[in-house]
Structure formats: structure tokens, C-alpha cells
Design a protein around this ligand. Structure first.
Ligand code: NAD
Length: 316
């Protein structure tokens, strides 16, 4: 089978402006990353409180990066990342920081997305909600604009089917936290064009990321492998195999993972993990992907992990 990374030689539209939908932990990180890399950015969230939280958090992060002379904030040593990368080059000067703040606009109206070259959607992991958004975006953005989804697991082909431009719909899956993690997983839907793929690849590279490409099957590469491991860690806890401390320490020290699976779930958000397991279960049709009852119960109880509070680990 042809690698999904093989680009064609088609015309590549240069992306200069980005609309980000969803100002939660992923969307705010993506918006910040794009702005410090010189792109014009619009950030929208349907929840005014979330939008103003994103505004405050991005502004204070950029300010702290300028004062520390770093391009990215080192929140924790992430999976696959070399911490030295963040301490050597890529300084964020005062001028560049001020420019990034100027380049980033916050809006409560999607109508402001009329002139952006690409929209990166980072809202709740629900196919129904994302499809509604894609239909709406399709009616607002210019004809040449690309609609990208940061979905962890949902079919790009089905999201594309909610628009009149399936050739311009693509998966652009950032890792958490987007300013720090080196990877973007690109997912081509069944109808994604080479131009769309090439423009998205160029954007990811401009943001300093390496890319991997996946075919459009539930969970793609990363979450197809990562989430069953996290789900299994919940099963180990649920069935009393070990304590949460020993499960995490075992995987950290025993397999050289920088973070244990339960701690990682805590960072990702237990609600996001559960949504992804449900997509894997429904999309791949195998009972091995059924979400662990303990994971379901935590989410039912509103215990979602620490999500944004990355500096203050809470026991689950
Ligand atoms: P989050 O809950 O932190 O943020 C989601 C934001 O979207 C919220 O602020 C919410 O108000 C907003 N929102 C919801 N519906 C909206 C709508 N219709 N229009 C506008 N805004 C809306 O979630 P997150 O962790 O940032 O995840 C967002 C997406 O990124 C999901 O698809 C998730 O699967 C994916 N993702 C998450 C991670 C992770 O580690 N959390 C990693 C990679 C990808």
C-alpha cells in the first residue's frame, strides 16, 4: 500500500492565518504555538469563560516565555521530547513576544473566520458536535480554506462528509501540550487532496513539528496504541492487581516511559480518554476496546484528572 506520507507535486497554498476553534488545553496551546511562529491567529470558544481563561493563560505564558527567554514553556518532560531542545536555541525576544500577542485575536463569533487559510478544530471529542461545527465552518470560511481537526480518534472521512469540501478536510493531531511536543500526526480522509495534505504538512513543519501520517481508521496511530494501554492500566487498578502508584512506577521504571499510564491519563483528561475508547470500540468492533468500568465511573463522577492544572498533580 502507498504510504500516506507520499505527497504529490500539486500546488501548495501557503498558510498565513489560522482559526482555532476550542480554547481548552489543546486549542489554546495550538493558538499560542501558531502565534509565536508568526501566523495570524483567531481563537474562538463557544464558552465565554473558557475563551477568557485561554486569553489569560496564553498571555501570561507568552510573558513568562519572554522573561525566561524560551520559545516554549517546559511544563514537564514530555514523552518523546528532549528537554535540552527547550533550553538551547529558539529564544523568544520581547519584540517577538509582543508580536505574538498582537497576532492572536480572541473572538466569540465564528463569523470572524471568513478570511483564515485554515481552521484547526479542537473542541469536545464528539462526532456529532464536531460534524455540526464543520457544517457551520463550511458555510463561513473562504472557498480555498482547509478544515483540519485535532481529533484524537474520530473519522476524518465522516467529518469531511458534513461539508461541501471533503478534499479540503484533514486530520492535524497535535500532542499534548502542543507548544512542547514534537509530533503532529496527519490523517488523510478518503477524499483529502494532495494540495491539502502538502499545505498541512508545510504548516506543521513551520510550527517546528515532525510529522507522521496515518490512514483514517479509529484512533489513527498514536491513540490506537496508547489508549488501550491506559485502559488496561485502569483494569489493573480496577481488578486490584496493584496500587496506582505501583502501576505508574512499574511502567515508568520498567519500560522507560517518562510518565505512568494513570498519570498520563490524568494529563490528557479522563473524559477525553473515555471518548477515545468509545470511538475505538465502535469503530474497530472488538470487545478488547471496551472502556474499563472504573474509567467510566470516574468520568461519571466528574473526576476528569487535572487537565489544565499541569503544575499541580492531584492523586486521582
Ligand atoms: P478541553 O475540554 O480542554 O477543551 C475543549 C474546548 O472546546 C472547551 O473550552 C469548550 O468550551 C470548547 N467547545 C466545545 N464545544 C464547542 C463548540 N461547538 N464550539 C466552540 N467551542 C467549543 O478539551 P481538549 O483536551 O483541549 O481536547 C480538544 C480536542 O483535542 C478533542 O478532540 C481531543 O480529543 C483532542 N486532543 C486532546 C488531547 C489531550 O491530551 N487532551 C491530545 C490530542 C488531541
Amino acid at each position: 500500500r502507498q504510504s500516506s506520507c507520499d505527497g504529490g507535486g500539486g500546488h501548495m497554498a501557503e498558510i498565513r492565518s489560522v482559526g482555532v476553534v476550542g480554547g481548552g488545553q489543546m486549542g489554546s496551546g495550538i493558538a499560542q504555538l501558531a502565534a509565536v511562529n508568526g501566523l495570524e491567529v483567531w481563537l474562538h470558544d463557544s464558552d465565554p469563560t473558557a475563551l477568557s481563561k485561554a486569553h489569560q493563560s496564553i498571555s501570561s505564558t507568552i510573558q513568562s516565555l519572554v522573561s525566561k527567554g524560551r520559545l516554549t514553556k517546559v511544563l514537564f518532560v514530555p514523552v518523546l521530547a528532549d528537554p535540552l531542545d527547550f533550553l538551547t536555541d529558539n529564544f523568544l525576544t520581547k519584540e517577538k513576544g509582543a508580536e505574538a500577542v498582537r497576532m492572536l485575536k480572541y473572538t466569540s463569533s465564528l463569523e470572524d473566520f471568513g478570511s483564515v487559510d485554515i481552521v484547526i478544530e479542537a473542541i469536545v471529542e464528539s462526532e456529532e458536535v464536531k460534524k455540526k461545527l464543520f457544517t457551520l465552518l463550511d458555510s463561513i470560511v473562504k472557498e480555498s480554506a482547509i478544515l483540519a481537526s485535532n481529533t484524537s480518534s474520530i473519522s476524518i472521512t465522516r467529518l469531511a462528509s458534513a461539508t461541501s469540501r471533503p478534499t479540503q478536510v484533514i486530520g492535524m493531531h497535535f500532542m499534548n501540550p502542543p507548544p512542547i511536543m514534537k509530533l503532529v500526526e496527519i490523517i488523510r480522509g478518503a477524499n483529502t487532496s494532495e494540495d491539502t495534505f502538502n499545505a498541512t504538512k508545510c504548516l506543521a513543519e513551520r510550527l517546528g513539528k515532525k510529522i507522521v501520517c496515518s490512514q483514517d481508521f479509529s484512533g489513527f496511530i498514536i491513540n490506537r496504541i496508547l489508549m488501550p494501554m491506559i485502559n488496561e492500566a485502569f483494569h489493573a487498578l480496577y481488578t486490584g492487581v496493584a496500587t496506582k502508584e505501583d502501576i505508574d512506577a512499574g511502567m515508568k521504571l520498567g519500560t522507560n516511559h517518562p510518565m505512568g499510564p494513570l498519570e498520563l491519563a490524568d494529563h490528557i483528561g479522563l473524559d477525553v480518554c473515555l471518548s477515545i475508547m468509545k470511538v475505538l470500540h465502535a469503530g474497530l468492533g472488538d470487545s478488547k476496546y471496551a472502556p474499563c468500568p472504573l474509567l467510566v465511573q470516574y468520568v461519571d463522577a466528574g473526576r476528569l484528572g487535572r487537565k489544565k492544572e499541569l503544575d499541580d498533580i492531584e492523586a486521582m
